[in-house]
Design a protein around this ligand. Structure first.
Ligand code: PRX
Length: 696
């Protein structure tokens, strides 16, 4: 497998939990391995008892009748229960007298000259914009926006597309949807217009909430322009967006591009956010949602070209996420905590652990708008120092970047407020784990390496910080209530330390309920491959390879399907290939992942060109064409899909049945000298030799 995995195999350091008080926590929620093991056994043997108690921590308008109805692969959790996600994150805290507490601390990216409300201790000569929103602020603002959405015709069950920068209004938009029972479909601001249009069509969404722009690394991301480009694509597909609501964030558009509320773009009516909420009522009660009503869709890459709309429902997702957030991060209200997850809300990590999981636990959540290297490479450490962040959650790719930037940057900052560090998104190599622990956690903070997926809603395997000893590179043991295993293709548990497939054998409340509009793909992707060897009931298959060591610890080895994790973000090889083939000069393309020091994996694309196109345009397979193709992919899919390497080939190696031999290409891309696999089915063996000669 990857290079990361080789080093993981040799890893045998163990770090024991320390007493909560040694870190400044009041206590651990779970404080011994024995307690964890007893609770885990209980949660698996009596799921109704265990999950009933967890769900009781939420506020319900009507209590459920039955904890679980399960006919594989369909789960219904807390059947008959009625609740509202916004109520659980916001209103109930106001009702309980905590309305004046801080819910969100937000920091914008631009740094401006120092102002009188500058936060003491900044190492910069200038200060960013900071906003604090209380639960009451959130209640008022979500109510106003929810009223505005209703007046634009948004109803319970509709899907609202959200394409926004990391500003408080993004949280408000999400919660406002939940307030009125509309599902949100958030699209990461780094995606291109094609991605917006594809997702809006798939979700049958008729309204888009966006902003004029967003700040990123000192530049402005033209969000409104991207949406307008998407509108043109949508019109070509005969899909009408009725309304676009635009938050004014950057004010950068020249007068010729500006609009007034009520102006139209084709059949779409444009609205400024500030106009829409100005007239809107702040009395807009949270609607009663059925436990199994859709809460959101979130699109993720799959092994076919089309992204999958992962569908999460209300009761189970909330119950699971409030528990996993509380236990993995030891969240406690009124204990001086400030939680910071650096993920963008456009990804599931942001949904579950910037917003829902943290707000439900009544711990303030920090949102940062921009890049870690603006204006300088120590921006994150400066934020931790100034805001006194207590728990920090980021990705291995970010940690590897910080390592590269040097130990002196974190050393310049007082990060003594930190009590716990988390990581998510891809396997963390032990060197990065140790660096994180030493240089950010100063040898003091426990590291929680949380393994999960968009589909699982929340953490599936993670250390519980007071209970489970950690080993660098391992996500340790299963979350309470999660029956995870490493099995072979027959569904049999395999001996310790052998590589196998990561499965979940029983339903859990945060599990996806479907792929929007694609039942077949839902079954074949997740439930069609591995079964209980005795009962033949399907297991949930994560598409990750893993092993379990002699202590039962999981070591995730990475994806076994055709998706690549680039900087912690999933990309389907097909998505990138389709983008390449949409270039007029490209005949065929195949994409594979190659290990990369910072990104984890990078994209290597093998491309065969149309000779007549080359001739007609007097072009050559050279660096300028490589650059053009890289930019083309970035434009079609988004910057994170930009290939690292483009290798031109006269033809791509195929089996006799016409399948591109990806594993072989992976070997070529990785410089594996000897062809290790059976190549007898190769259609044209000489193709391989020629591929090897085209090093960039
Ligand atoms: O391969 C696993 C990897 O990320 C995949 C899920 O990606 P996504 O749905 O985008 O969600 C990312 C954030 C939850 C998994 O199938 N992955 C995620 N976390 C870890 C991980 N691999 C190893 N260790 C992790 N902690």
């Amino acid at each position: 497998m990857s290079q990361n995995f080789d080093s993981v195999l040799n890893e045998n350091r163990v770090f024991k939990p320390v007493p909560a008080t040694a870190l400044g926590f009041n206590r651990w929620h779970i404080d011994s391995l024995e307690e964890y093991k007893a609770l885990h056994a209980f949660s698996i043997n009596d799921p109704a008892g265990f999950w009933g108690a967890e769900a009781a921590r939420l506020s319900w308008f009507r209590k459920w009748d039955t904890v679980l109805e399960w006919t594989a692969p369909d789960a219904r959790w807390f059947v008959g229960g009625k609740l509202n996600a916004c109520y659980n994150c916001v209103d109930r805290h106001v009702q309980a007298g905590h309305g004046e507490q801080t819910a969100i601390v937000w920091e914008g990216e631009p740094v401006a000259p120092r102002t009188s409300h500058a936060v003491a201790g900044s190492k910069y000569a200038s200060e960013p914009e900071i906003r604090r929103l209380t639960y009451r602020d959130l209640q008022t603002q979500t109510s106003r926006l929810a009223s505005a959405l209703k007046s634009l015709g948004v109803k319970k069950g509709d899907v609202v597309t959200i394409y926004m920068p990391m500003v408080p209004e993004l949280a408000i938009a999400i919660l406002a949807c939940a307030r009125i029972g509309a599902a949100h479909s958030v699209i990461f601001g780094g995606f291109a217009p094609t991605a917006i249009s594809e997702r809006a069509i798939d979700a049958e969404s008729r309204i888009i909430i966006t902003a004029d722009g967003g700040y990123r690394r000192g530049d402005i991301v033209p969000l409104q322009k991207n949406v307008e480009d998407a509108l043109a694509l949508l019109t070509n597909h005969g899909h009408i967006i009725n309304h676009v609501l635009v938050l004014q964030r950057t004010g950068h558009e020249p007068p010729s591009k500006r609009f007034s509320t009520g102006d139209t773009r084709g059949s779409t009516v444009m609205h400024w956010w500030h106009d829409a909420v100005a007239q809107a009522s702040d009395a807009c009660p949270c609607v009663e949602m059925d436990s199994e009503d859709m809460l959101f869709l979130l699109y993720t890459s799959g092994s076919t070209g089309k992204p999958k709309g992962i569908l999460h429902t209300t009761g189970g997702y909330l119950a699971f996420v409030q528990m996993t957030a509380r236990l993995a991060f030891n969240l406690m209200p009124d204990a001086g905590q400030l939680f910071w997850c650096s993920a963008d809300i456009g990804w599931v990590t942001g949904h579950s652990y910037v917003l829902y999981g943290i707000l439900m636990n009544r711990v303030p959540t920090l949102m940062y708008e921009g890049a870690p290297n603006f204006p300088q490479n120590d921006r994150f450490w400066d934020i931790i120092e100034r805001h006194r962040v207590t728990q920090f959650y980021t990705a291995p790719t970010a940690i590897r970047t910080f390592m590269k930037w040097g130990d002196d940057l974190p050393a310049k900052h007082d990060m003594s407020s930190l009590k716990l560090l988390g990581t998510v998104g891809e396997p963390i190599n032990p060197e990065a784990w140790i660096w994180y622990q030493q240089h950010i956690g100063k040898g003091r903070c426990p590291i929680v390496d949380t393994y999960w997926q968009t589909e699982t809603g929340g953490h599936i395997a993670t250390p519980l910080p007071g209970a489970i000893p950690t080993k660098p590179g391992s996500c340790t043991l299963p979350m309470l209530g999660v029956d995870a295993a490493v099995v072979n293709e027959q569904g049999e548990v395999i001996p310790a330390n052998s590589g196998g497939l990561f499965v979940i054998r029983k339903p859990w409340p945060g599990m996806l309920r479907g792929i929007y509009g694609n039942r077949e793909r839902f079954i074949s992707n997740y439930w069609g491959r591995i079964k209980d060897p005795k009962t033949k009931e399907p297991y949930y298959f994560s598409a990750d390879g893993a092993r379990r060591d002699e202590d039962g610890y999981f070591w995730i080895m990475g994806r076994v399907d055709d998706v690549i994790k680039v900087s912690g973000h999933l990309l389907g090889t097909m998505e990138v290939e389709s983008a390449l083939v949409s270039h007029p000069g490209v005949a065929e393309a195949a994409v594979v992942g190659v290990p990369h020091d910072v990104k984890g994996f990078a994209i290597c694309a093998f491309v065969s060109l149309k000779t007549h196109w080359l001739k007609a345009h007097s072009r050559n397979p050279d660096d300028s064409l490589r650059q053009e193709l890289k930019e083309h992919v970035a434009k079609e899919v988004g910057a994170l899909a930009r290939p690292e390497h483009i290798r031109f080939a006269e033809a791509l190696p195929k089996t006799r049945s016409g399948k591109i031999m990806r594993r072989l290409l992976r070997d070529v891309a990785n410089g594996v000298e000897k062809i290790t696999q059976d190549t007898t089915t190769l259609e044209d063996f000489s193709v391989v030799a020629r591929l090897r000669n085209d090093d960039e």
